[in-house]
Design a protein around this ligand. Structure first.
Ligand code: GLN
Length: 259
């Protein structure tokens, strides 16, 4: 082999080797990043039994168990993250979360414009919670001098704002956490709290004595998981996984566990 050809060959080999090394390096990085990237499931943990924290401070609840079962069925790697309720949809939109699992009502036109919802997994609706000795029997007894609390960004929060605008109550007290709403009620800072029926009932079952639920369920809500608008792939997986855990009986087991 002529020495010039040899030199060219060695040079080419060196370049190819160098390139393939950097190529490998980069490829490795990105693939390990990919396998390490878990889907972020966002929730708001003051909504038991759907969304809460356990003794060890971990996010826990019916929604979390449902998501774990669906993720197992669909081979999804997930992690849970806590947000305030009104930050959940913005987190999806900004790409800071992949799924919202937060007892979120999907019968909401405004939300439907912003995110896509899975099949619904629980029917609910809003109720009025008052102190045990209150004379309020339903929302019809609200008066223009009353203060009513609910959670910021929720359907209950929207309802009290509407009542305030209509002059039917004096003040719509918007709190970041459901616990804080109940505390306001017990302390006498507000006359009523608007809350989702299953959550209000679960609260009463745990802490009877100080509060009660009055009147009828005021609307029809249906909880579903939310994903970023257009994320068809993920939505399909959530729906498929949900169908599978319904068929296997896992869904019923979880309902029994939490309700
Ligand atoms: N169901 C209500 C809503 O979607 C409240 C949900 C919650 O507080 N986690 O607005």
């Amino acid at each position: 082999m002529k020495s010039i050809t040899k030199k060219v060959l060695i040079f080419t080999l060196a370049i190819v080797t160098a390139l393939s090394f950097t190529g490998c390096g980069k490829k490795d990085d990105s693939s390990s990043e990919k396998s390490a990237k878990k889907l972020v499931v966002a929730t708001e943990p003051t909504f038991p039994p759907f969304d809460t924290t356990n003794k060890d401070g971990e996010l826990d609840g019916f929604d979390m168990d449902l998501m774990k079962a669906i993720a197992k069925d669909q081979n999804l790697d997930i992690e849970f993250k806590s947000f305030e309720f009104d930050a959940l949809i913005p987190a999806l939109k900004a790409g800071n979360a992949d799924i919202v699992a937060a007892g979120m009502n999907s019968n909401d036109g405004e939300r439907k414009k912003q995110v896509d919802f899975s099949k619904t997994y629980c029917d609910a609706g809003l109720v009025v919670m008052v102190k045990k000795d209150s004379k309020i029997k339903s929302i019809k007894d609200f008066k223009s001098n009353m203060k009513v609390a609910s959670q910021t960004g929720t359907s209950g929060g929207k309802l009290i704002e509407k009542l305030k605008k209509q002059g039917k109550i004096a003040d719509a007290v918007s709190m970041k956490k459901f616990d804080a709403c109940v505390l306001q009620l017990i302390n006498g800072d507000v006359e009523a709290v608007i809350i989702d029926k299953p959550v209000g009932e679960a609260y009463l079952a745990k802490k009877p004595g100080k509060t009660k639920i009055v009147g009828k369920t005021m609307n029809a809500e249906a909880y579903a998981f939310a994903v970023k608008k257009g994320n068809k792939d993920l939505l399909e997986k959530l729906n498929k996984g949900f169908e599978a855990i319904k068929k296997s009986g896992e869904f019923d087991k979880l309902k029994k566990k939490w309700f």
